[in-house]
Design a protein around this ligand. Structure first.
Ligand SMILES: [Zn+2]
Length: 364
């Protein structure tokens, strides 16, 4: 009798303790993911043979390139599925939708006229372009309060509850008007964590330099973000990946394609983890987009900027329990990047347009 009472008490304690351990704070969650300078040409069409050919030296052929063997297929649909199989065959089929494919009568464009990174990210996070004040990539503190900071205040979250992991070091300045308001880890920056394996991962970023002084490898950004997600269980998270832009500037089209494929595996790992957790499953809203496009021609695919035609064309993907649309958006009124902030806020029950009347309206 006493033994069974003890067993009953133990069982009761387990039942009480288990939810506190496996579930974080109540309420919906939101994750913003950006792929820097990810062109509509690749996102919707996969390998672009003209762009790839422009990187070959005299005497080289496309057919002998390993990345061509890996990613070539006869149709744009088959090519994009080879490049991002999880995104195109699972995420966008069963769980979400994507706008921006002109061939489907879908348009997503920037409203800022600069067509480079800081103005693009700021437009996403503020819901407004500020072409006169936000006009360089210098690491200047954002003059405006971002949607991430506002969500933290409105939802009463601790600093660990709104977290940003970015490959580019300027994210420290872009995402916060008030320095230290959020958890931000960007560029080559050490990350403190109780798990020694995560600390080792943080140390390794400094031993694996990229060709770029201000951008670390995306794998560190993603792995550190996953570590924080699993231990701190933030309700608001932003993962900003950078290599799609940097390899393109360097003319490494093979690496651009490989980056998309690696990013696809990150999305699969993230999604699989979210759906395995009671506090994230079916209550996590995800918006995936880019800060700018790139030139649409063979001469300009490496570049972007105010004078580069095509760099204003972007795309936006949605995975949200509040949205029933699946696959590609077709024949709809144009979407603009300045609608991202209100969409993110709206998913979390915050009316961004009441705070910023000039901001773009939420996408539904
Ligand atoms: Zn760039």
């Amino acid at each position: 009798m006493q033994r069974s009472l003890a067993a009953l008490i133990t069982l009761a304690l387990c039942v009480i303790a288990a939810p506190a351990f496996t579930q974080g704070p109540p309420g919906d969650r939101v994750i913003l993911i950006t792929l820097d300078g990810a062109r509509v040409e690749e996102v919707f069409g996969g390998l672009d043979p003209a762009a790839f050919t422009s990187t070959l030296r005299k005497g080289q052929t496309l057919e002998e390139q390993p990345a061509y063997s890996r990613f070539w297929a006869d149709t744009p649909q088959a090519r994009r599925e080879k490049m991002m199989p999880f995104f195109w065959r699972t995420l966008m089929v069963r769980h979400g939708s994507i706008a921006g494919d002109k061939a489907a009568g879908s348009s997503v464009t920037l409203t800022n006229t600069h067509r480079f990174s800081y103005p693009g990210y700021s437009e996403i996070l503020l819901g407004e372009a500020h072409d006169d004040t936000i006009k360089s990539n210098d690491p200047l503190r954002n003059p405006y309060v971002t949607v991430l900071e506002e969500l933290k205040a409105r939802l009463g979250l601790p600093p660990a509850g709104v977290a940003v992991f970015g490959s580019w070091n300027v994210f420290d300045a872009i995402v916060e008007h008030t320095s230290g308001a959020l958890t931000v880890n960007a560029g080559y920056e050490a990350f403190e964590h109780p798990d020694p394996k995560v600390r080792e991962l943080s140390a390794m970023q400094f031993q694996t330099p990229t060709p770029w002084d201000s951008v670390r490898h995306d794998v560190y950004t993603f792995r550190l973000a996953m570590a924080h997600l699993q231990s701190a269980r933030p309700r608001v998270m932003y993962i900003a990946l950078g290599e799609t832009d940097d390899w393109a500037h360097d003319g490494r089209y093979d690496r651009v394609l490989e980056t998309y494929a690696r990013t696809d595996s990150y999305l699969e790992e993230l999604w699989t983890w979210l759906q395995s957790q009671p506090d994230y499953r079916d209550r996590t809203h995800i918006l995936i987009t880019t800060d700018h496009g790139r030139g649409s021609t063979v001469a300009e695919w490496r570049n972007h900027g105010a004078k580069v035609e095509g760099a204003q064309d972007v795309w936006m993907a949605f995975v949200s329990p509040a949205m029933s649309r699946r696959g590609e958006w077709r024949d709809h009124p144009p979407i603009q990047t300045n609608q991202a902030a209100a969409t993110l806020a709206g998913w979390m029950g915050v009316d961004w347009n009441s705070l910023r009347p000039a901001a773009g309206k939420p996408i539904r």
